[in-house]
Design a protein around this ligand. Structure first.
Ligand SMILES: [Zn+2]
Ligand SMILES: [Zn+2]
Length: 333
């Protein structure tokens, strides 16, 4: 099979011919139709996340169909369309796993990081971490639901239910979560890179009440803010924009250092917190909610072989919505 492989961080992925993966008893072989390109992939390729398996097939927003299965797989029939997310394995027995917080399991393993992912024509996935996908989305449209959507949704829940929601960084996750927030009756305030009028227009099209530069002060105090941009200097900015009692959620897996800031920005029972990974429950909840909103994803498709181009466009902020790699198997409907 064809795969795009990371051999050494900070070097381009190389198109490689690999054997189709063999499946274990609890695994399914997924024929990959589409795989979203997530900012986390960039952090892996750029060496900011330092513990990938190598060589590695990146990609953790996988949409495909079950092409073969291990002997203990019962819940997924052959041909079933499934999504494979970032969370690829948990121990099931530690205190976190037993308390419904498997996202914090110390021995969790992640797709496209410690497990080969979806930048390939096939991937093997543990059936317990695969999601059946809602109808009404093409393969490419469904891909960004699996991380931008799922972890974005977890971030939205962690932000609390305040009405005025700030979103810093208007990429794949933001364009999905803005729709969910509007559906919940909230006002969305979108913050983009300075001068990125295209992203600001996109945010307004998706119902943002206000869109402007991340340096700007919004016209109203926010109840909460979610940082999808991996920029630590935005933390004090967001704290300055939220009202007393407000929450600032750092949604990314990696962020540049947060600069020192005066205590009065945190005073007034403001909270700063991170969101780590996802639970399967987040996935079940969000994938049931998405078609009800309904969330519409905006995607820029790239052929699998152009993964490096997709990554570099994402790195420089030149993607509208989400970048998605598609294989010949991708369906249009
Ligand atoms: Zn565990
Ligand atoms: Zn991701």
């Amino acid at each position: 099979m064809r795969a795009m492989v990371l051999n050494t961080p900070r070097t381009p992925l190389r198109e490689t011919d690999l054997p189709v993966p063999a499946v274990g008893p609890e695994q399914v072989l997924v024929k990959v139709h589409a795989c979203g390109v997530c900012r986390t992939d960039l952090h892996v390729v750029d060496g900011e996340l330092t513990e990938p398996k190598l060589p590695l097939v990146p990609g953790h927003e996988i949409v495909g169909t079950v092409a073969a299965k291990g002997e203990r797989v019962e819940r997924l029939p052959l041909g079933q369309r499934v999504g494979v997310p970032w969370l690829g394995f948990t121990c099931g027995v530690c205190l976190y796993c037993r308390a419904g917080r498997e996202n914090l399991c110390a021995t969790a393993r992640f797709t496209g990081y410690q497990i080969d992912g979806g930048y390939a024509e096939y991937t093997a996935a543990d059936q317990r971490y695969c999601f059946p996908l809602p109808e009404g989305y093409t393969d490419a449209e469904a891909a960004p639901l699996l991380c931008a959507g799922l972890i974005g949704y977890r971030s939205l829940v962690m932000a609390g239910d305040g009405r005025r929601l700030g979103i810093y960084g208007f990429g794949a996750a933001a364009h999905i979560i803005a729709q969910v927030a509007r559906h919940q009756g909230r006002e969305v305030y979108a913050f983009t890179r300075a001068g990125d009028v295209e992203a600001q227009r996109f945010a307004r099209e998706l119902g943002a009440a206000w869109a402007g530069d991340s340096e700007a002060r919004p016209p109203d105090e926010l109840d909460a803010a979610i940082l999808f941009a991996p920029v630590g200097s935005l933390v004090p900015r967001a704290l300055a924009a939220v009202a007393r009692g407000g929450t600032v959620v750092c949604a990314g897996i990696h962020m540049s250092d947060i600069p020192a800031f005066p205590y009065h920005l945190l005073w007034g029972e403001r909270t700063v917190r991170s969101v780590a990974n996802l639970t399967r429950r987040d996935g079940d909840e969000f994938l049931a909610l998405a078609p009800q909103v309904p969330v519409r994803t905006t995607v820029e498709p790239f052929p699998l072989a152009q993964a490096n181009e997709a990554l570099s466009r994402l790195r420089s902020g030149r993607i509208r919505g989400a970048a998605v790699l598609v294989t010949d198997a991708a369906t249009a409907a």
